[in-house]
Design a protein. Structure first.
Length: 176
């Protein structure tokens, strides 16, 4: 018998799978960009939704983001299929408020862009605007225990990236 192929990370496949799974789970880049826009529009009146899409795309190119999104979506899906062990199964299925690993996993996304992302992440989690509100609606079938935090974290990271970019542009003499 021949040896199995040695494991080798295919970063492009991981990035592509991340985008596909976000889409399959009903979340569009546009919706995440709208959250980033909501977070930063008052600070940067010149900010456009198109620019926010570019920032979200940049966040979605990061390995930490791929890893967190794929892990969280997988756990949501296993909970939907009731394949997790008790008592974790019930906690994830019912989005138990005292279970905080969904937020902790999402923090690995926020951490990439520093502390501005952290405050924005907390703000989104409290306010639950747009797509986050939809993901939080319980219908007894779909589970988005991890996904709502992951999406909020991507938007918060994009908001942080916007702030850093705006400052850099300003210092370089190219205010947008
Ligand atoms: Mg959650």
């Amino acid at each position: 018998m021949s040896n199995p192929e040695p494991y080798r990370l295919n970063s492009r496949a991981v990035a592509e799978a991340t985008r596909q799974w976000l889409s399959k789970r009903g979340v569009s880049i546009q919706e995440i960009a709208e959250l980033a826009y909501l977070l930063q529009k008052d600070y940067y009146p010149e900010l456009t939704e198109e620019a926010c899409i570019e920032h979200v795309e940049a966040v979605l190119s990061k390995r930490e983001v791929h890893n967190a999104v794929l892990t969280g979506i997988q756990l949501d899906m296993l909970a939907e299929q009731r394949l997790l062990l008790p008592p974790l199964q019930d906690m994830l299925f019912h989005d138990e408020p005292l279970y905080g690993c969904d937020e902790v996993l999402a923090l690995s996304i926020v951490n990439v862009y520093g502390s501005i992302g952290l405050t924005n992440f907390g703000y989104i989690d409290k306010l639950k605007p747009g797509v986050i509100k939809r993901l939080n609606e319980k219908n007894g079938r779909d589970v988005h225990t991890f996904l709502d935090d992951l999406v909020g974290a991507i938007a918060a990271a994009a908001a942080s990236r916007i702030a850093h970019r705006m400052q850099a542009d300003h210092e370089n003499g190219h205010p947008e």
